[in-house]
Structure formats: structure tokens, C-alpha cells
Ligand binder design. Structure first.
Ligand code: AGP
Length: 613
């Protein structure tokens, strides 16, 4: 996620900005930059790479004179990491300079309008549109404040913005919607930042801006306005946390923070691609004509991303009637897969750098298949090589165990399946509309799963079972794919032996491992398969297993008759139920790991990005 810092006061701004940006490094970034105001001069220095490089270019900020400035660390979304795409972005005439965190969904349309009005662009970013849009209104005679207000009225999407205007020396305007931004109250100075650690060294008194809020500030005053433009007052909140806790937003671990970021990550991934009842994937080139000739999809990935591939089989086959074969990337290469023009190879990867997945992508291309990547890191090797990319907008994932990347990959699979069904006409309009509505409501439903009452229940189960020797996850159909990911989470962070089985498969061998007190987590979210799954639960109960059931309200009464304890998740379409069922399983693994004293964010023997084969 990008990081923003802004300062206005009596000190030289650049060293303060660099220091603040360094405290935001944990958020992940690929380039950095600052803009310093000195009288009517706005000087921008920015570069791809680490902050140390920017510090080198500016002698630790000392070579940039001026007591007002904005700084930014960029996590690429629109356009690869490069000097040009780094922030801050200046408008065409250089009157306005902007740093931005978020995604401008309608940037393409705005860019065309601005180009038609003579504005020239130098980057591939959505942010440059904001700078030019503010300047466009400023050129029409509106003052700085009104120009910003008019610009944000035209913008769709999420943003936290720090803005400088050449003609307003010593003034910063900041405004936000759906991206975090705080204001810091100093003595003869003020700050903005996307997170507390950036300014904690300078002030502990902050105000959290709400969506629509705007602040106009100088070294001696700060005027706050709400979304309607009415003046408001902000009372400072005193921060008592230390920097390390602040980096994690008050959460004990990045993993927990990322679990809680899932509603937003899913919303960011879905909403720009869902417009007026249709799925809009205008960043990819798969046409209806191509899809009609499609014979097979291979879903190729490693680890959790592979388990998303397993889910994709059920979802795409059901909605599009195209066969999907999930294959582990490390196996794909040596299996001599049958590939050609009529084969789509779906490559799934958070990092975009996983060696086996990258090698599988190369092979698919060599053999003439069409490739489509689902990737989180913009400009990564897989993103660059694939014919098409659909990005997950999860933001950087710091914890080794994936949570929000998995959830957003699954959301992209849902989008893709609906998009293909839309092109192929394989789903009747009533069913399509119902699926569309359910997909749209997923972020809120994930929020409900993360409700304190559910979490407390999971904490209790974790405390009850954390000393178990083995844990089995069972389910049928999509639920069995969710079991794979739930079980992996427990293995990788809690070092607890765990297996995932399709429920019907147990009696073909693994049931011999069930003994008194063995924990079995039974996922039963599909009404149509509920009785079958319960039969399997009875089989393990008869052998002494303790069963934790995960189901939906419509099956609640019945499941209580068979299992020992229950976790309930909201009801959605069966095809999207995995998007909800995975969340309690992530939490369960997290709390079990905590109780076993494991290093949750950095589990032993594992790396975030596996770049060796
Ligand atoms: C998941 O928690 C793991 N860290 C791991 O299985 C991961 O999903 C796998 O290594 C693939 O990584 P990628 O998505 O970056 O390609």
C-alpha cells in the first residue's frame, strides 16, 4: 500500500518527510518521492527503488530547501514501478502537485476528457489524472480549495490525497475517501500521514479524517471540512502506542491486520469491475469469440494460490461449462500438458515471482497456450510475461501466511467465471443477477464473519483444541477446496499436523487415523450436500472424533444434532460460500498459533516469495 506524509512548519521539510516515509516502509513499496515547496517553487524528486536511493539523491533531504512538502512511497497499481510512475505527480502546467493513495476507477474517462482539453500526461498512473483535474478547474478561475473540491466530486474510487499548489506557498490540502489519512497536530507545524508511525516521533496528537473530510493547513492553522463542504472541528486523539504496534495498526501481528483488511481488499478488487449489472474486465483481451472456442482451462499455481485454482474448477465449470484442471506449477512443467490456442492457462500468484509458477507460465507460452495471470504485485515477472493480467487489489501482504491475497484471488476467479458466463451466455439472466448481487455483497458479509462475537467463539475453540496432535478438515465440493487452505494455514503457522480430505474419501483410508479426541473440522455450507457430509461426520464421531462444524444459518439446527460445536457464517450463493468460510479458518489457525507460542508473521522454514524451484 502506498504511504503518504505531509509536513508544513518552520523546519526543513524534506528530512522530516524522508524520516516519516521510512516509518511506512513496512507497508511495502517500489518507488518513492517528495515535493518540496520553497516560495513559489515546487521541486519534485522521485525515483524507483528503495528510500535509501531517494535519500542519496537528496543528501538525506538536506539539498531540498523549503518548509512545506509532501512525500510518498508507491506500491504500483496503474503502471509498473518506474521513475515516471512514482509520486508526486505534477499537473501539465506544474501548478498542482499531488500524492495519492488508492485507486481512481474512472481515471481513463477523466484522462480522455483532460487530454481533449489540452492536458498532457507523462505517466501511466491514475494519480496524474487527479493532478491535472485539479489544475483544470484551477485554470477555470476556481481557487485552490474549490478546485480540489470540484475534482474530488468527479473522481470515482478510493483516495487519500496530499496536494500542493504553486500559488499557495506554505499550504497543503488533504482529502480522503476509502483510504486512510490522519492529521497530526504539532507546535507551529502540522502533518498528514497515511498511518500513525510516520509522524509518531513528532506528535502523538492526531485526528483521523473521515470519508469526504478535507483539511487545509499551514504552519499556524488547520481548517477542517466535511464532505458537504461544511466546516467541522477535529479533536486531537492522543496516541499511547509505540511505533511497532502502530505499524500494525494496533494489531498484534500483520497476519491479523491482513485478515481484518479482507473486506476492503475484496471491495477494492471487485467494485471497479462491476458496473451497472455487468462484469467489466476491460484490462484483458479475452473476447467472446475466443471464449467460444475455448476447450480447456488449466489453473496453475503453488500453495494457497493453487487452492484458489482448485476452487476455480468448481466455479468456472459450474457457470461456464468449460473443463478446468487445477495443476501444481511444480508438476505442470513435467507432466507434458496438452496445450494450444484453445487452452487458457490461468496463472495465480500473489508475488508474481514464484519460480515454479513463472516456469509454468513460460512453458505455457512456448507451447502456444493463451495465458491469463491473477497477480497482486504490479510489474512482477509473471504480470509482465502473461498475455493478460487481472490484478488483485489486496495491497502488499507482509505476513508469510497469505490471507487477503487468497481472498482477493478467489474474488477474481468469481469475477472471471461470471465474465466468461456473460460472454458465453451459459447462465440465465435471473441467476446471473442473483450471483452478481451476492458477489457485490461479499465484503459486508466478510465483515460480519469478522464480528467480535464470531472471533471470540473462534478464540475459545482455539484455546480448547490448540494442544491436539492432529486436525482433519473435511467437506465436499467447494467446501473440500476450502479445507485445503484451512489445513495449510494451520500447518504453516501453528506447526500442527493437519490434513484436508474430501469428506467422502475418508473411509478409503484416512479414517484409520481417527481416535478418541481427534479434532475434525467439518465444513458443510452446501445445502444439497449437507446430509452426505453429515454421514461422514457420523463416521468420524463413531470413532471418537471431536467435531467442529462450520455452516450457514439454514443448516444450523440440523448440524447441532451431529457435531460438538458450531461456527456460523452468513449465507450467500453456494458458489461464493468459500469466500466466507475461509475467514474463520484463518482466524482459527491464527489463534491456535498464538496459543502455541509460534512466530505468526514469520513461520519457521518459510519465505514470503519462493523464488527457487
Ligand atoms: C500461503 O500461506 C503460502 N505462503 C504459500 O503457499 C503461497 O501461497 C505460495 O508460495 C504461492 O505464492 P505466490 O502466490 O506468491 O505465487
Amino acid at each position: 500500500m502506498c504511504g503518504i506524509v505531509g509536513y508544513v512548519g518552520k523546519e526543513q521539510a524534506a528530512p522530516i518527510l524522508l524520516d516519516g516515509l521510512q516509518k511506512l516502509e513496512y507497508r511495502g513499496y517500489d518507488s518513492a518521492g517528495v515535493c518540496i515547496g520553497n516560495g513559489n517553487q515546487l521541486q519534485v524528486v522521485k525515483a524507483k527503488g528503495r528510500l535509501a536511493h531517494l535519500a542519496e539523491l537528496t543528501d538525506g533531504g538536506k539539498s531540498l530547501h523549503g518548509t512545506v512538502g509532501i512525500g510518498h512511497t508507491r506500491w504500483a497499481t496503474h503502471g509498473a514501478p518506474s521513475d515516471e510512475n512514482s509520486h508526486p505527480h505534477a499537473a501539465d502546467q506544474g501548478k498542482i502537485v499531488v500524492v495519492h493513495n488508492g485507486i481512481i476507477e474512472n481515471y481513463q474517462k477523466l484522462k480522455e476528457m483532460l487530454q481533449a482539453n489540452g492536458k498532457r500526461f507523462h505517466s501511466e498512473t491514475d494519480t496524474e489524472v487527479v493532478a491535472n483535474l485539479v489544475e483544470y478547474f484551477y485554470d477555470q478561475g476556481f481557487d485552490f480549495k474549490m478546485s480540489v473540491r470540484k475534482a474530488v466530486e468527479r473522481i470515482e474510487g478510493s483516495y487519500a490525497l496530499g496536494i500542493l499548489c504553486r500559488d499557495y506557498p506554505g499550504t497543503i490540502i488533504a482529502v480522503k475517501k476509502d483510504s486512510p489519512l490522519i492529521f497530526g497536530f504539532g507546535d507551529g507545524c502540522s502533518y498528514i500521514a497515511s498511518d500513525v508511525p510516520a509522524i509518531l516521533k513528532y506528535t502523538r496528537d492526531v485526528a483521523y479524517l473521515n470519508d469526504g473530510d478535507m483539511v487545509i493547513f499551514t504552519d499556524h492553522d488547520a481548517l477542517f471540512f466535511d464532505g458537504a463542504g461544511d466546516p467541522i472541528t477535529k479533536t486531537p486523539e492522543h496516541i499511547t502506542w509505540d511505533t511497532e504496534a502502530a505499524e500494525k495498526g494496533g494489531y498484534e501481528h500483520f497476519m491479523l491486520k491482513e485478515i481484518h483488511e479482507q473486506p476492503k481488499a475484496i471491495r477494492d478488487t471487485l467494485s471497479p469491475r462491476m458496473k451497472d449489472g455487468t462484469i467489466v474486465l476491460d484490462d484483458i483481451t479475452l473476447t467472446a469469440d475466443y471464449l467460444k472456442k475455448l476447450r480447456r482451462v488449466y489453473a496453475v499455481a503453488c500453495g494457497s494460490a493453487y487452492y484458489v485454482g482448485v476452487q476455480s474448477k468448481y466455479i468456472i465449470e459450474k457457470l461456464c461449462q468449460v473443463p478446468v484442471e487445477p495443476v501444481l506449477a511444480s508438476e505442470f512443467r513435467y507432466a507434458d500438458p496438452v496445450l494450444g490456442e484453445d487452452t487458457l492457462v490461468l496463472i495465480i500468484s500473489q508475488s508474481g515471482e514464484t519460480a515454479d509458477t513463472l516456469a509454468a507460465l513460460r512453458l505455457a507460452k512456448e507451447k502456444g497456450a493463451r495465458t491469463l495471470a491473477i497477480v497482486n504485485v504490479v510489474g512482477s515477472s509473471i504480470a509482465k510475461l502473461a498475455d493478460d493480467v487481472i490484478y488483485t487489489w489486496a495491497g502488499p501482504e507482509i505476513a508469510v501466511a497469505t490471507t487477503k491475497a487468497y481472498s482477493t484471488q478467489l474474488a477474481v476467479v468469481d469475477l472471471l467465471a461470471l465474465y466468461m458466463a456473460q460472454c458465453l451466455g451459459t447462465v440465465e439472466s435471473e441467476r446471473f443477477n442473483s450471483l452478481y448481487g451476492e458477489l457485490q455483497s461479499l465484503p459486508e458479509k466478510v465483515e460480519q464473519v469478522l464480528d467480535t462475537s464470531v472471533i471470540e467463539k473462534i478464540q475459545y475453540y482455539a484455546s480448547r483444541y490448540f494442544n491436539n496432535r492432529d486436525v482433519f478438515y473435511i467437506g465436499r465440493n467447494l467446501d473440500s477446496a476450502t479445507c485445503l487452505e484451512g489445513s495449510l494455514k494451520l500447518k504453516e503457522i501453528a506447526y500442527l499436523h493437519s490434513e484436508a480430505y474430501a469428506a467422502g474419501e475418508l473411509k478409503h483410508g484416512p479414517i484409520s487415523l481417527i481416535e478418541d479426541g481427534t479434532l475434525v473440522v467439518a465444513i458443510a455450507t452446501n445445502r444439497a450436500l449437507f446430509d452426505k457430509t453429515m454421514s461422514n461426520v457420523k463416521e468420524v464421531k463413531a470413532r471418537g472424533a471431536e467435531v467442529l462444524g462450520l455452516t450457514v444459518p439454514s443448516c444450523e439446527e440440523e448440524i447441532h444434532k451431529t457435531v460438538d460445536s458450531v461456527v456460523l457464517i452468513p449465507e450467500t450463493d453456494t458458489l461464493f460460500q468459500p469466500n466466507l468460510s475461509i475467514v474463520p479458518l484463518q482466524c482459527f489457525a491464527y489463534y491456535v498459533a498464538l496459543m502455541r507460542g509460534c512466530d505468526v508473521d514469520k513461520p519457521r522454514n518459510l519465505a514470503k516469495s519462493v523464488t527457487v524451484e
